[in-house]
Design a protein around this ligand. Structure first.
Ligand SMILES: Cc1cc2nc3c(=O)[nH]c(=O)nc-3n(C[C@H](O)[C@H](O)[C@H](O)COP(=O)(O)OP(=O)(O)OC[C@H]3O[C@@H](n4cnc5c(N)ncnc54)[C@H](O)[C@@H]3O)c2cc1C
Length: 373
């Protein structure tokens, strides 16, 4: 498609996290793009363990003000929260920090609002200073604690336990999981690998421990288990995979029984030609895996086809197992677990000097402006 006539069409993206930014950066040449975001930064949901154990490193690559993305220079960013969508009149209503309500019209709508997942991801309107204060306070809660308990054996739980124990060998780090092995949904070899790795590093691993999750979940104190046992820790990290989709602002007809967006393999949203969804909020498959696996390319292609009056013809195919990095870069390098169970190890030099600045920031995100000094 040429950059000419299609620029008259307006694409509105709700949520400028990992996927919203990727999609916006690919559409901004051909469309007027507006990105609505409760955060002025891309605060990534990735690498929780590194965020808690090595915040300075994490901030360099995973907390990026949206204005630093070069490919977003022509994207209008609205720092506001979407509060409703009118599908018939094609508008999104947003509320900003001054409590001002505005209605934004769209030709195409992309829902990329993600999910809440423990304390580290939410849909609240926050300033850059609020984000920074929260990140610092979470990291301090770890550095000041003598004992840390992590509940849940998914990637966030495993990454937190391993990274915290490595960064602070003198602290008591306990990981409570309900199954016999961590990382359900990953290939058996990845599960075995981290089971051993956690033990090698000194994490106290408690299998068969299903915790009772109170609301609100305490950040310190006692954890009770269904077996009647209990444990006490100075800091508790709940990572039980209890995700809440950010979809309160959408009409019910777009949502499945759990509140996720009903999304076809073309990433179109059921019954609407001009609404798409992607990322953790999109119910494409049981693992809701379209934040990864290059699904943004499928969405961009299909939206451009729709804009040209043609049917969507690319489909997103989720992998059989989850893959990728689980614990982030360690001193010895980065271990990537593939769908097939194979692992690839990249050296730390390659990760810090090539993978993150060049492959991720320059190629995947199409350039990030340097920090002004
Ligand atoms: C390049 C890449 C590599 C990845 N690698 C890995 C990996 O190796 N291992 C792994 O486990 N995962 C990986 N992931 C996946 C990642 O962990 C998450 O799945 C991803 O962060 C989810 O992205 P999202 O855009 O769906 O949601 P989010 O990044 O959470 O973004 C949602 C945004 O929407 C905002 N929002 C919410 N509600 C509203 C509203 N009403 N109005 C306006 N804004 C709102 C939120 O504040 C947030 O900013 C990767 C993802 C990418 C893109």
């Amino acid at each position: 498609m040429s950059g000419g006539p299609a620029k008259t069409k307006r694409v509105v993206i709700i949520g400028m996290g990992d996927t919203g930014v990727l999609v916006a950066s690919r559409l901004s040449r051909d469309f007027q793009v507006t990105g609505i975001s409760t955060k002025p930064n891309l605060v990534s949901g990735q690498e929780l363990g590194k965020r808690l154990a090595d915040l300075n490193w994490w901030q360099r690559f995973y907390n990026t003000p949206l204005h630093r993305f070069k490919a977003l220079s022509s994207v209008e960013i609205r720092h506001a929260k979407a509060t409703s969508v009118d599908l018939d009149n094609q508008t999104v209503t947003v509320l900003d920090q001054r409590k001002l309500e505005t209605r934004i019209p769209y030709d195409f709508l992309i829902i990329a609002s993600g999910t809440s997942n423990g304390f580290w991801r939410d849909d609240s309107l926050r300033s850059e200073a609020d984000i920074d204060a929260q990140l610092q306070s979470d990291a301090r809660a770890i550095s000041e604690a003598r004992s840390i308990a992590i509940v849940g054996g998914g990637p966030c739980g495993v990454s937190s336990a391993l990274n915290i124990q490595r960064a602070y060998p003198d602290k008591t780090v306990s990981l409570f999981i309900s199954a016999d092995l961590p990382l359900p949904g990953y290939h058996a070899s990845a599960r075995q690998y981290y089971h051993q790795e956690l033990i090698n590093v000194g994490v106290r691993l408690f299998t068969g421990h299903r915790a009772i999750t109170p609301t609100p979940a305490p950040r310190a104190g006692t954890i009770h288990f269904e077996s009647g046992q209990s444990a006490i820790a100075d800091t508790i990290i709940w990572s039980t995979g209890d995700r809440k989709p950010h979809t309160d602002f959408l009409p019910n007809e777009l949502l499945d029984d759990e509140g996720f967006v009903k999304t076809r393999s073309t990433l179109e949203v059921g019954g609407r030609d001009n609404v798409f969804a992607i990322g953790d909020v999109a119910s494409t498959d049981p693992a809701r895996s379209s934040a990864r696996n290059w699904a943004y390319g499928v969405l961009v292609h299909n939206l451009k086809r729709r804009a040209a009056g043609r049917a969507a013809n690319k489909r997103y195919t989720p992998p059989a197992n989850r893959w990728g990095s689980i614990v982030g870069p360690q001193d010895t390098g980065l271990t990537l677990h593939q769908d097939s169970g194979k692992t690839t190890r990249l050296s730390r030099w390659l990760v810090d000097k090539v993978l993150l600045p060049t492959v991720v920031q320059r190629v995947i995100y199409r350039g990030v402006k340097r920090l002004e000094r």
